[in-house]
Design a protein around this ligand. Structure first.
Ligand code: AMP
Ligand code: MG
Length: 332
């Protein structure tokens, strides 16, 4: 079914992209989300097609449900291509730097909670305990040019795949000499170059308290990924409690975070995506300490409406009334 939807959307892209000679845009369904691509400049039509192809290629590389993907192969003790191995290496670095708050081996726990088959349920504690035996980024071992998974570990790239896809899309934009584009890969934004009027892109960060109905922060950027994670983005309810999709890999339960949403701003979409997930898991106290000594820029919206942001981006931000901004001073 997904493939059929994808084909229809590709058709829309070819036949129906909005164009005024200098821009092309489309929406496509890829990596389980709606992606919105806008490209400006002479080459925009060809670039749009190439970017779309690239996004579907990354989807088929990382989708663990598809038996042709590299992740499926690794999860079934087969070999994967060099590109996926390199990505895993980069992500293991994030796991190490965040004490395992980000961990691509959360797959068995995600499955237990029903986030894989959409049959949501609260698992029995024993089942979580058992699944946790396979969870842990140290189970991903790089040997020679390959990777092996120990202790029956299974990979889930949901925490960084879209960010990686945005980086690959940016590579294509460069190949096509594009100077201005806005990519929104289901909440993973990449603001490429400047707007056509020469101004910076203004990216809005949605209000996590009212289901994204309005923006509470704007940030002015160029050549930056702006990636938001939050429990409110995907969750289910059981017996009056909400259970969201960002797992604390140490407990196997949805992370008990006082953060409503966290947005990371970085030149790298991959890192922005991975670190936004990790900072959410950490909770605000740890996340603020972490940000003081790292080169990551972030905006953290807490449950109590405090908004922490790194001082390095303070000039680019505008925060709505009713929220309390607090600067994080970098020690570096
Ligand atoms: P994001 O929306 O980028 O924060 O990523 C959430 C998705 O990443 C989930 O739907 C899972 O597929 C996966 N995931 C959940 N918890 C973690 C974690 N602690 N580390 C890495 N990936 C995770
Ligand atoms: Mg992420």
């Amino acid at each position: 079914m997904k493939k059929i939807i994808a084909c229809i959307l590709i058709m829309l892209l070819v036949c129906g992209c909005s164009q005024n000679g200098k821009s092309s845009s489309t929406q496509l369904f890829c990596m389980d989300t709606v992606m919105d691509i806008r490209i400006f400049g002479e080459n925009s039509e060809d670039a749009l097609q190439a970017v779309s192809d690239e996004l579907y290629r990354i989807e088929s590389l990382l989708d663990r449900k598809s038996d042709e993907s590299d992740i499926y192969k690794l999860n079934n003790q087969k070999e994967a291509g060099i590109e996926t191995i390199k990505l895993l290496k980069d992500l293991l670095e994030v796991s190490e730097k965040t004490d395992g708050a980000f961990d691509v081996t959360v797959a068995p726990v995600m499955d237990l909670w029903g986030f894989y088959d959409q049959n949501y349920r609260v698992p029995e504690p024993d089942k979580i305990k058992n699944a946790l035996k396979s969870v842990g980024y140290r189970n991903v071992v790089h040997k020679n040019s390959g990777v092996s998974l120990l202790n029956n570990a299974k990979l889930d790239m949901g925490g960084a795949g879209k960010g990686y896809a945005s980086d690959k899309a940016v590579e294509i934009l460069k190949e096509y000499n594009i100077e201005s584009a806005m990519l929104n890969l289901g909440g993973n934004v990449y603001a490429y170059g400047k707007r056509t009027d020469g101004k910076l892109w203004r990216v809005g960060i949605a209000n996590p308290f009212n289901g994204n109905a309005n923006e509470i922060i704007t940030v002015d950027v160029e050549d930056k990924a702006v990636v938001t994670s939050g429990g409110y983005r995907r969750y289910f309810e059981e017996n009056g409690r909400e259970y969201h999709h960002i797992i604390n890999p140490h407990t196997g339960y949805p992370a008990e975070s006082d953060i409503k949403s966290v947005t990371v701003i970085s030149e790298s979409g991959t890192y922005a995506d991975a670190y936004s997930t990790a900072l959410f898991v950490m909770g605000s106290e740890k996340a603020v300490e972490f940000l003081k000594t790292s080169d990551i820029d972030a905006i953290i919206v807490c449950n109590d409406k405090t908004i922490y942001y790194t001082d390095t981006i303070s000039g680019a931000l505008s925060i709505s009334d009713g929220f309390y901004g607090k600067e994080i001073n970098k020690n570096t």
